[in-house]
Write a protein that binds this ligand. Sequence first.
Ligand code: ATP
Ligand code: MG
Ligand code: MG
Ligand code: MG
Length: 467
Amino acid sequence: MNKSSADIRRAFQTFFAERGHEIVPSSSLVPANDPTLLFTNAGMVPFKDVFLGREHRPYQRAVSSQRCVRAGGKHNDLENVGFTARHHTFFEMLGNFSFGDYFKRDAIQYAWAFLTETLELPAERLWVTVYEEDDEAAAIWLDEVGVDPSRFSRIGAADNFWSMGDTGPCGPCSEIFYDHGPEVPGGPPGTPEEDGDRYVEIWNLVFMQYDRGANGALTPLPKPSIDTGMGLERIAAVVQGVTNNFDIDLFRNLVDAAARLAGTDDRQGSSLRVIADHIRACAFLVVDGVLPSNEGRGYVLRRIIRRAVRHGYKLGIEEPFFWKLVEPLIEEMGDAYPELPANRALVERVLSQEEVRFRETLEQGLRLLAEDLEHLSGDTVPGETVFKLYDTYGFPVDLTADVAREQGLHLDMAGFEEAMTSQRERARAASVFRAEYGGAADFGGTTIFSGYDVTEDAAQVIGLYRD
Ligand code: ATP
Ligand code: MG
Ligand code: MG
Ligand code: MG
């Protein structure tokens, strides 16, 4: 069977609609009424208040294909993109939800039926994990579904116990993996080799059954609920018989479009993949009202755009190109997300403006970095260099880290923090000087890149990079 990503999305929604689930359209990437969360990073986010019992909907079962971003914030997969076969900054999460209606047994049976009957995946390729103490889920999988015990494992809380926060709804998970076969490096879940791409986690079932109190104690919820999430791109790779998400229909076309702009036939390098990944995140963030800026969500967007632009530059693309990928993206995703074509002009303008602006300093910055690296003795890029690139040339720290990683180097973050702190002190002194004497201040020889606010809180910048 060869289904397109769009076919799989539709098949998932139909499967659950036939089983009494309301089809709920994807919400915005900017969570409504939740300043604590940078971006919508899972299918359950728009239903958070429903799970908490604060909001009531006219249905108890829902199915969605939710657009998600995992860059910055609690889940940050930015550094993985282009390096693993399965991580994106932007992806779609297919999910079915029960708000106090069905629980473990049905959630497990539905998932298994969708994978093995609707998608016709061979059972012997699937691997299942449960939380180590969850005997109930283990019995359903082993005795009722009939999963082979040799492809079943119990996992600790780090991976298989989910909670919404320090307190509130929580519960064990069960994850379903697909085995891409021995040609792909990697080991089964729960082993030290699991970080490879052989066994790919495709679906995570969360059994919300406890309420965690302030003292840490777990009380059973009166109406346990279900939250599941399956990455559309990962399941599409499985169904389409490819071992890398970037080889699915949707990404192949985006990678091809980027390759045409770069005038290259080589599809294997990570730059094209990074660009194909980043155009989706950037376009959808703009559609959802985020604009490049120096803080918060806007700074995450800026970081992703600049990263993509740097990869384009590396491929030898001399003109602003990133905005030109909006059209091929609309071809792939415009039907499922009409808000994308509706905002086409805005998205193209924002992306091209940001690229034009960054290109003014990109080349010089890269040259400075290359010169500094020539004199490097160890494998650490000095904090001063990282800071100068950030401050004068508009290089987000993770972009510099990305360049450094290509050469097997890492960054001196403590040195960067120090440079940032002394810059702030100089700026403060200069503004006192300015207030006292009027006139232009001398910043001790440091040129201030106009795109940055020198008083920007160093902790915030570093926090954005590290989280
Ligand atoms: P992984 O362990 O592979 O990083 P995860 O456990 O962090 O995945 P969940 O939070 O359980 O992922 O999200 C539910 C599902 O969403 C995953 O099973 C996977 O199919 C998909 N998914 C998660 N992160 C990404 C990502 N960065 N890109 C694409 N799909 C993802
Ligand atoms: Mg993850
Ligand atoms: Mg996982
Ligand atoms: Mg998971």
